[in-house]
Ligand binder design. Sequence first.
Ligand SMILES: NC(=O)c1ccc[n+]([C@@H]2O[C@H](COP(=O)([O-])OP(=O)(O)OC[C@H]3O[C@@H](n4cnc5c(N)ncnc54)[C@H](OP(=O)(O)O)[C@@H]3O)[C@@H](O)[C@H]2O)c1
Length: 267
Amino acid sequence: MNYKELGDTGIQISEIGLGTWNYRGWIKPIKTAIELGATLIDTAEGYYTEDIVGQAIKGIREKVFIATKVSGRHLGYRDVLKSAEDSLYELNIDYIDLYQIHWPNTVYPIQETMKAMEKLIEDGLVKFIGVSNFSLDEMKEAQYYLNNHKIVSNQVLYNLNHRDIEKDLIPYCNNNKITIIAYTPLDSGNLTKKGLLNRRSNEVLEQVAQDENKTMSQVALNWCNSRQCVVCIPKSNSADKTAENCGGSGWRLKKENIDRLDEAFSF
Ligand SMILES: NC(=O)c1ccc[n+]([C@@H]2O[C@H](COP(=O)([O-])OP(=O)(O)OC[C@H]3O[C@@H](n4cnc5c(N)ncnc54)[C@H](OP(=O)(O)O)[C@@H]3O)[C@@H](O)[C@H]2O)c1
């Protein structure tokens, strides 16, 4: 497993983590991921998987990096503090490594939300602040209202079929040392299946997988991580597929294959 620095924090996180939205895999896939070095575990108060993550990491808390999220419906000052407390309880841990705002919501003044996020750091309940589904302008505005801390990550949709963030967010995050946590990196499984969606592009993915002696999912994940500031969080209910996905790291696609994929999926 390869590791990358989270933002400019000096903390290393696994470039493949584990997503837990719609997760029904119980404890084994999570433990498998951790054993294979995928120590970044992503959850959210809205996923109702914090309790299972908590059970899976019991006794190995210091080995893992726990990222969870406050719902976009709970962004008032007191709501943020309450949500964090609830997440700590569900996860059965003393601090959250990365606390992310799940999505922006203009109903709540962003300065109020960011003040609460800083309070959580000052109280030792959260180590780092992240956002999710924030545009570049929304992220800059959120950062403006932080006094003593930096936004270290933005969790957004990114995969071979969804590359919008390459226009602005990726260049900005590369230049400013902010980590992009790519969600849905397998395009909900579409990038693991032969001949699906855009036939030509999936064929190229299959050919690259053959050339690299890897599976399609491993290539799709490795492609995400070939971008300097990007790590990704695939989800699988199965321990075998989780292990397969972890095999998407520890090596790097040949430059010519990255170029082939960039070209084939540039629609
Ligand atoms: N911040 C946000 O708003 C947001 C939004 C969406 C997702 N996320 C995060 O990103 C994580 C991942 O995204 P996602 O769950 O939407 O999609 P994904 O990881 O791209 O794809 C998950 C799907 O792919 C299948 N799959 C996984 N590995 C496979 C493999 N090796 N071979 C074949 N099929 C495989 C899974 O099936 P099985 O489970 O049956 O194996 C599941 O149906 C989420 O769990 C969540 O943590 C965040």
